[in-house]
Design a protein around this ligand. Structure first.
Ligand SMILES: [Zn+2]
Length: 387
């Protein structure tokens, strides 16, 4: 049994407890959370700072870990994707070694669960033996509608290599068709299949959907992707996509860098289980721009956080993402940010019975955050994994 105490315990289940104590068994299961000051107990491990549940990273690509510091910054999404395509081929052992390091890095940064996008099965073994809980999204790319059933079949086949939870998901509006979404909705009738889509990561995606023109058309030409069956929609990508998404699955819209207020209001006309995911360090790296954070308060969809991959981030650390948001979006309170970083992601991934809050019976992991000032994160704030 272990007892942890800090200036405040943020349980994410009620108000923060000043000088609280968390009692766990040897496996990290929460046995009690109390505000009694058992100060005479010599077995209490006492820390300066605050204790919060383990973080949930809802958007990562372990498979791209070997591209750390290899992709040019600030060129925009299309050059980024082209560079990733040209550089992602590497010897298997190099890719595996980089993934192992990335998994360890996330664990050390207090991350207990990850929603990871995969195109292959190379990460299956690492996920199976990791201390982190993974959900793998097997990604489908098929802008040409005639390739839809093939893409679904491929993704379903990849699932078999994983012993940890998986689902199949479209990659992004610029790599899907209405047929793919319709086929996916049919597939989703069978049961649980969480969806995670890159959304409006650049404005060219909106141009493509509005007018069928712009750099994506050249990009498709380069990649010899047939665009004949695609028609201009006179509306943004998200507005085109939403009606075709299934209503019985959790759906994560990732990035949302160019999502307008009009888009946000549009989504409210549909009864979908939407969640927003922000990966601000990756947005800075690729597009040198943030989503307009204040727009998203006009929906009550849960917000989660992601690191994206090491191809577009210096490190895989949820606290670093929180610090960047707090610095650039003053309106958001630390308590709200913590929900984004923990319980919201746990619920999205279906891990909420074990993770996301410090509640008796759960095994959420405990993180110590230091250098909090006036209830907000500072430049110096750091995370230390306690369990
Ligand atoms: Zn991504």
């Amino acid at each position: 049994m272990r007892r942890f105490s800090a200036d405040y315990i943020y349980t994410l289940d009620g108000a923060a407890i000043e000088n609280g104590i968390v009692v766990t068994d040897d496996n990290g299961k929460i046995l009690a959370v109390t505000d009694e000051k058992a100060l005479l107990d010599p077995n209490i491990e006492r820390f300066e700072g605050i204790i919060v549940p383990g973080f949930v990273n809802t958007h990562c690509h372990l498979e791209l870990s070997h591209l750390h510091k290899k992709i040019t910054k600030g060129k925009g999404l299309i050059p980024f994707v082209k560079e990733v395509i040209s550089k992602r081929g590497e010897k298997e052992e190099v890719v595996i070694e980089a993934m192992k390091k990335a998994d360890e890095e996330m664990l050390n940064n207090g991350i207990v669960a990850v929603g990871d996008i995969s195109n292959k099965t190379i990460s299956a073994e690492i996920k199976n033996s990791s201390k982190i809980k993974y959900h793998t999204f097997l990604e489908m790319l098929a802008f040409d509608s005639s390739k839809s059933s093939e893409a679904i079949e491929n993704a379903v086949n990849l699932k078999q290599a994983f012993k940890t939870p998986t689902s199949i998901t479209p990659h992004a509006p610029y790599s899907l068709s209405k047929e793919l979404l319709k086929d996916l909705a049919k597939y989703c009738k069978r049961g649980d299949n969480k969806i995670s889509i890159h959304n409006q990561e650049n404005d060219e995606e909106n141009n493509l959907y509005r007018y069928k023109e712009g750099p994506f058309m050249d990009f498709f030409k380069d990649l010899k992707i047939d665009t004949d069956r695609f028609k201009a929609q006179s509306k943004n990508s998200i507005q085109t996509m939403i009606p075709f998404l299934p209503d019985n699955q959790n759906i994560l819209l990732v990035h949302n860098t160019y999502t307008s207020l009009k888009d946000i209001y549009f989504t409210k006309r549909f009864n979908r289980k939407l969640h927003w995911c922000f990966c601000p360090n990756s947005n800075l790296y690729i597009e040198n721009r943030f989503p307009t954070f204040e727009f998203f308060k006009y929906t009550n969809y849960p917000i989660t956080l992601g690191t994206d991959s090491l191809a577009s981030n210096q490190k895989l650390c949820i606290l670093t993402e929180m610090k960047l948001i707090q610095k650039n979006f003053e309106d958001v309170s630390f308590e709200e940010l913590l929900k984004w970083a923990t319980i919201n992601g746990a619920k999205f991934l279906g891990f909420q019975n074990e993770l996301g809050s410090i509640v008796n019976g759960k095994t959420p992991g405990l993180n110590l955050i230091t250098n909090i000032k006036y209830g907000r994160l500072t430049e110096k704030s750091a995370v230390r994994k306690l369990i």
